[in-house]
Design a protein around this ligand. Structure first.
Ligand code: PMM
Length: 280
């Protein structure tokens, strides 16, 4: 009998046959979402282990808050925050991504065992970042935003929202390719909440297939974001997990390959039930 099944696509060595859950570990005292209120490394390492046990395929470790209006953190401070956590989790065998805009932090994180770079600036913030990722040959997540976390809210004005964001993200991707990064290493992210206001996030989430059409796995990071709070009528970010899970399932239905979330057990359980019900 001929096997007609296509091999499932892979990214970062992970099968994309089913949506992957990425657990958020913020080693910051000031994350907007409340997920990183305690920057104590042993606590965060335990939290990361629990996320992995609950089904997270990737652990995303960041040391700089990117909430609207946040001030930049110097790379030395960022490295001191993330490296102990990355070293411990990667030492367990976890697939760890480092959430940073700084080449020095990327380098230190990769040396500590991180396997993926997640850059909210799409490798545009630090002129050395693209070359570093190309030389490392590691997978990279390129996110769309305008400006910096300090300035992005004022830049959420688009002539044609979807066309503009897709074109700007495609240009970011093209710059990465020109720097020598392999197409298969790249995942793309529309950047929910980054230079986008409430309804713009909803429109982009509904239009996720237009991002998939760029030819890379798509990551959706909607967890606890302000637009979830607006849709749910929930001002407290730490109480937005049910709404975040609803949005994550919707993103999965729109073809998102990776879901970046705070509530790993809740999202994994919801995905399992949704997939079992949808299976024919
Ligand atoms: N959001 C935040 C930080 N890093 N990275 C990617 N790729 N996509 C995102 O949407 C994203 C990110 C901000 O959220 P947090 O403070 O809860 O981590």
């Amino acid at each position: 009998m001929t096997d007609t099944t296509e091999p499932s696509p892979r990214w970062a060595g992970l099968s994309l046959a089913n949506p992957l859950v990425m657990g958020i570990i913020n080693v910051t005292p000031d994350s907007f979402s409340g997920g990183g209120a305690d920057p104590d490394p042993p606590t965060l390492i335990e939290a990361g282990r629990a996320m992995r046990a609950a089904g997270a395929a990737i652990l995303d470790v960041g040391g700089e808050s990117t909430r609207p209006g946040a001030a930049a953190v110097p790379p030395e401070a960022e490295i001191a925050r993330v490296v102990p956590v990355i070293r411990a989790l990667a030492g367990d065998g976890a697939v760890v991504s480092v959430d940073t805009r700084n080449a020095a932090t990327m380098r230190a994180a990769l040396e500590a065992g991180a396997r993926i770079v997640n850059d909210v600036s799409g490798l545009r913030h630090d002129p050395e970042a693209a070359g570093l990722v190309a030389a490392a040959g590691c997978p990279v997540i390129l996110m769309h935003m305008r400006g910096t976390p300090a300035t992005m809210n004022a830049q959420a004005v688009y002539a044609d929202l979807l066309a503009d964001v897709v074109a700007e993200l495609a240009a970011t991707r093209d710059a990465a390719l020109e720097a020598g990064i392999a197409p298969a290493a790249i995942a793309l992210d529309p950047g929910f909440g980054f230079a986008k206001q409430g309804a713009q996030n909803v429109a982009l989430l509904r239009a996720l297939p237009a991002f998939r059409a760029l030819g890379h796995p798509v990551l959706a990071g909607v967890s606890r974001k302000r637009f979830i709070g607006e849709l749910a009528g929930e001002p407290d970010p730490a109480r937005r997990d049910p709404g975040s899970i609803a949005a994550a399932l919707f993103a999965a239905g729109q073809g998102a390959a990776i879901l970046r979330v705070h509530d790993v057990p809740g999202t994994v359980q919801a995905l399992r039930v949704w997939q079992a019900l949808a299976a024919s």
